[in-house]
Design a protein around this ligand. Structure first.
Ligand SMILES: [Zn+2]
Length: 76
């Protein structure tokens, strides 16, 4: 089980698929987990976003399971 009291442990990072805003003046990005099959638009400046990767702390296993579920069941 995940415990918040262990937050001082070193959190491993993983290259994670994300969406990046194409607007040079905007540093907005979001995890691919939270997007849909279509290319999202930036919530801050409405520019189109491009897929990329970013080193992010690993999430607890449940979110990986959710992503697997989403890939297995095509929801549109
Ligand atoms: Zn933006």
């Amino acid at each position: 089980m995940y415990s918040r009291k262990k937050s001082f442990e070193v959190v491993p990072e993983e290259e994670t698929a994300i969406w990046l805003c194409t607007n040079d003046g905007c540093n907005s990005w979001m995890r691919d987990d939270f997007s849909f099959e279509v290319v999202p638009t930036c919530r801050q400046c409405q520019s189109p976003m491009v897929s990329g990767t970013k080193a992010l702390p690993l999430l607890v296993n449940t979110s990986k399971n959710q992503k697997d579920l989403k890939k297995g069941v095509q929801i549109t």
